[in-house]
Design a protein around this ligand. Structure first.
Ligand SMILES: NC(=O)N[C@H]1NC(=O)NC1=O
Length: 168
């Protein structure tokens, strides 16, 4: 799909295609549509990021809360969005002690910060997820909010590249 095609999309089509660039936040795609035309993929990506940056803290936390737990119950139940399923399904299924430790750390993280632990799964692997969970769990909340939003943007960048980089 090229940029000319993206810029020619009507509102409904744009939200259908880009509505899950930010997990379960089609409102962001809806707002970005108003800012077309986009010069290239990077420009499109900047608009998604800028929208997130401009949100008040409650909105930024809301964006994070729209994410499923990483390798959590939804992965096992198969109720993730198609994008999340692809990202998490590849390398994050595991059983037994590791699974329990990850669930426990995910729960501690959510209890401390009030949003789920978010990490771009496609740029990571099982061991790194556990390492990062343990490391980020004890950081100051303001710093952690910034880091988590950075991961949301990385996930969005990869999803956009899948969509726009793809052949028509
Ligand atoms: N919680 C969390 O990080 N979720 C995700 N990460 C990712 O790469 N895809 C997701 O759904």
């Amino acid at each position: 799909m090229d940029m000319e095609k993206v810029n020619s999309m009507d509102f409904g089509e744009f939200v259908d295609v880009f509505g899950n660039v930010i997990e379960r936040c089609p409102l962001i795609a809806a707002a970005v549509w108003s800012q077309r035309p986009f010069s290239d993929l990077e420009d499109l990506e900047k608009h998604f990021s800028a929208f997130i940056d401009a949100l008040p803290q409650s909105g930024q936390e809301g964006v994070l809360r729209c994410h499923p737990d990483l390798a959590g119950r939804e992965l096992q139940r198969g109720t993730l969005t198609a994008e999340s399923q692809r990202e998490q399904g590849a390398g994050l299924t595991s059983l037994g002690a590791e699974e329990r430790l990850r669930a426990e750390l995910n729960a501690q993280y959510r209890a401390r910060f009030g949003f789920p632990f978010v990490l771009a799964a496609r740029l990571s692997d099982r061991e790194a997820v556990l390492r990062e969970l343990a490391r980020r769990l004890h950081r100051p909340p303001a710093l952690e909010l910034r880091t988590a939003l950075g991961e949301v943007k990385k996930i969005g960048r990869l999803r956009l590249a899948d969509l726009v980089g793809a052949d028509p």
